[in-house]
Each structure stands twice: as C-alpha cells, then as structure tokens.
Design a protein around this ligand. Structure first.
Ligand code: GLY
Ligand code: MN
Ligand code: MN
Length: 434
C-alpha cells in the first residue's frame, strides 16, 4: 500500500512555524501489559500519529522551529530476530520515507535528546501522563542544563502539547473529514445490521459480536470505544459494557457503538424496540429525546457554543418530562433546580476526532468557546428512567433512550455525518421488522 505522508509533513511544518525558537518532543505510545506476558493491542498515541502517520512503538519525534525548521525521528532499528516474532519494522532507512529530515535509532535517544533541547527557548511536550516518559524527558533537560553551563542555551519552560497540537486537531482538514466519514459510514452499516438482527431471545453479546464483525469486515482497525449494547433496564446504565443479557419481547435496545478508521472515531447511538414496535410509553420518551436532538442539530452552527446546545436539549427534555407527568412545575423550575438530572445526567455534546472524546479546549478564559467550521461534535441527548426510580410512573421505569449523531460544523450550519442510520420512530421500526 502506498501511503501519502504529505499531510503529516504539512502538519509538522505548521507546528514548526508556531514553535518559534522552541522544540516539540513527543514519545510514541508504549505497549501496555494486560496480564502476565499478554499485551493490549498496540495503538499509537493520537498526537504522535497526527504528526507522523507512523504506528510503531519505541519512537520519539522532535520538531525544531526557528530559521531552519526540521523534524527528527528516532525509531527502533531493524532487528531480524525480533521482527521474526513481532513483524517487520520500518527501521532507520525505511523511516526516511516518512518525510522527516533526520532519522536515528532510538538506542541513541539518551545522547540525542539533550542535544535537540540545546539553544531552544521552550519544550512543547506532554508530562504527567506516562511515568516512563517523564523521567526520560527530565534526564534530557538536566543534561542540557549541564551543557548550558558551558555556553549553550537551554529551555526555560515546558509547554503543554495541548496548547499547540490539540488546537490544530480541533479543526479537521479535508483528509481528516474523509476518514471520519468512512468511520461513520462503517459504523452506520453496523447499526443498521444490528436493527435487522436483534430480536426477542437474542443475547446482547450476539449483537456486540455483529457490530465488531461489521466494523472489521469493512476495514476498520478497531472499535473507537467499548460498544454499549444495553437491552431493557441495561439501557439506563450509561456505561454498560457487559453485554450479557438475553433480550425479551417489549425491550428497547440501546446501542452506542462506533469504529475507528485510519485513527478516526465514529460515535453513534440508536435505541430501538427489539420486537419491531415501540410501546406507547417507549415511543413517548423516544419522541422527546428525538425532538431535543433535532433542536440541537438545527441550532448547531459557527458561533454557537456546546453549552447553548446543551441548554437547548435540556429545555426540550424538561418540557417533555413535565408533559409525561414525571416532573411538575415549569420548565424554568426544572432547569434551575436541576430536577431533570435524575433522568438526563450527562452533557449533550463533545468533540469527535482521533479520540472519541476529542482534544481541543471547550472554554476560553472561562467562557464556553463558539463552534467554528471544521470542528466535529456529537449531539446525544437521552432520558433514562432507572428501574428503581420511585418518582417516575411505573410505566416509564426501566426505559432508557439516547440518540447520538456526529456533526461536522460548516460555514453555514452543520452536516450530519451519520444520517444513514434510521432515526425517526417509524423508520427505526421499519428497519427492525424482520
Ligand atoms: N460513546 C461515548 C460517548 O457517547 O460519549
Ligand atoms: Mn456514544
Ligand atoms: Mn458521544
């Protein structure tokens, strides 16, 4: 496969421009042990991948700004004995194809990293996240300081990578948008397949298996997060991931599942009746959540804040809870007392990108930040009536509904990337009829 590394070169150039006399240092992700000698599947660190497109562990990227900007990559050297077990590595020669200016073996890190820090005003890096990385960085800084006594300059401050790389990542370029579209399209197909397949008597894990199989069969590398497949009362458990229950006639099934494609995440939720028809109570709750979601989608545009979308969703949900007789008093009472939070306890939106809860600041000097073209968000209101909710009428207890779509903010509004998954109640019922 021919990989186009030009987007990574472009991003590194932008970083270099913004660095001034600084240097950015990023470590690749480290393989994590699961139990004994079994590791979790390796996934590259999102920032590292964003700037390199390189998916091996044991690597370090440095980008140097200034008059002669350059990027330097340290990678695992070729090792036929190890590669026999773990698969081929790019190696020092191979890594030159990534378009970086210099490549060295990672075995030279201790000597190269202090040199890369010399005469730099500041280091843009991540610290406090990885107990293996921090000491290596600190050692390199200490060594650079020692050399500074002999005349060289050394960095006087550490700057969080969030201020630079995460801000870039908040705005998706056209390549990122097409990867997101692909992740969403695969995930949409999996949701539709689940609607067709689930029936009374199915186990949640069968549907989870179908979702995972659909993702992989269509070229997704992995899930973007653990799929939530919650039937009946499990739909009211926000992070239910056990997938153990057998579905019964009359259950709703809430599926929150998205795949990752080319390191970009989809995040979609649908809730549907396993027997193919909503009960009157289920439908009433469903229509309220759908109205809240549609109100947010209509409002999503540059200049609007996620806080405003949340307020909009909350307002519709509060009115709905009052109409159902679950809450009493006015919408304003419910909003100010927070009484609705027993049934809607999470936020309406988050950024979406390489990470499912993607990076980028939500606030600017304490104020919610307006959306801008290129930002991708989810809109995901829900209502959850725990089986033990004594205040709710018995008919609503055990009902959980969430509807979640992925939106790209465009200059004049928002485009729903996930609209291929049925959402209107009658469309959902049609998709579920076997
Ligand atoms: N699936 C995680 C979320 O909806 O935020
Ligand atoms: Mn979700
Ligand atoms: Mn989400």
């Amino acid at each position: 496969m021919v990989v186009d590394f030009s987007p990574y070169v472009r991003r590194r150039c932008q970083v270099a421009k913004e660095l001034g006399q600084g240097v950015l240092v990023l470590f690749a992700a480290s393989p994590a042990l699961r139990n004994n000698d079994v590791t979790y599947e390796f996934r590259q660190d999102s920032d590292f991948y964003y700037l390199t497109g390189f998916d091996e562990p044991d690597a370090v990227l440095a980008i140097l700004g200034g008059a002669e900007p350059r990027s330097v990559l340290l990678v695992s050297p070729k090792d036929p004995e190890r590669e026999l077990w773990d698969g081929a590595r790019l190696g020092v020669e191979g890594a030159r194809s990534l378009g970086v200016d210099e490549v060295f073996p990672i075995t030279e890190l201790e000597q190269r990293l202090p040199q890369l820090l010399l005469d730099r005003s500041h280091v843009v890096c991540r610290f406090g996240d990885d107990s293996l990385v921090d000491p290596r960085l600190v050692r390199a800084l200490a060594q650079a300081r020692r050399q500074a006594r002999r005349g060289a300059g050394c960095p006087s401050s550490l700057v969080d990578v969030a201020t630079l790389v995460h801000e870039m990542r908040r705005y998706k370029d056209s390549i990122e948008v097409s990867l997101l579209e692909q992740a969403v399209s695969i995930s949409a197909a999996a949701h539709v397949a689940a609607m067709q397949q689930a029936r009374p008597g199915s186990y949640e894990y069968e549907i989870e298996a179908l979702l995972r199989a659909t993702f992989r069969a269509r070229g997704s590398e992995r899930v973007a997060y653990e799929p939530i497949v919650g039937s009946g009362p499990n739909a009211t458990v926000l992070h239910y991931v056990k997938s153990r229950r057998q579905m019964m006639a009359g259950d709703l099934l809430l599926i929150d599942a998205g795949c990752e494609y080319g390191y970009y995440a989809a995040d979609i939720t649908r809730t549907f009746p396993v027997s193919g028809t909503f009960s009157a109570e289920q439908r009433a709750v469903y229509e309220i959540v759908l109205a809240a979601q549609q109100a947010c989608i209509e409002a999503a545009a540059p200049g609007v804040t996620l806080d405003q979308l949340h307020q909009r969703a909350t307002r519709v949900l509060c009115q709905g809870l009052i109409d159902l007789g679950v809450l009493s008093g006015s919408v304003e009472d419910a909003e100010s007392s927070g009484s609705y939070k027993r049934y809607f306890m999470h936020k309406t939106s988050h950024y979406l990108g390489m990470d499912v809860h993607d990076v980028g600041r939500y606030f600017d000097q304490g104020k919610p930040r307006p959306l801008e073209p290129g930002v991708v968000i989810t809109v995901e209101p829900g209502l959850y009536f725990s089986p033990e909710a004594p205040e709710a009428a018995a008919a609503y207890r055990g009902i959980g509904v969430r509807i979640e779509d992925d939106l790209l903010i465009e200059p004049d509004g928002a485009r729903v990337l996930s609209q291929a998954v049925p959402k209107e109640a009658h469309e959902v019922e049609r998709a579920c009829r076997k």
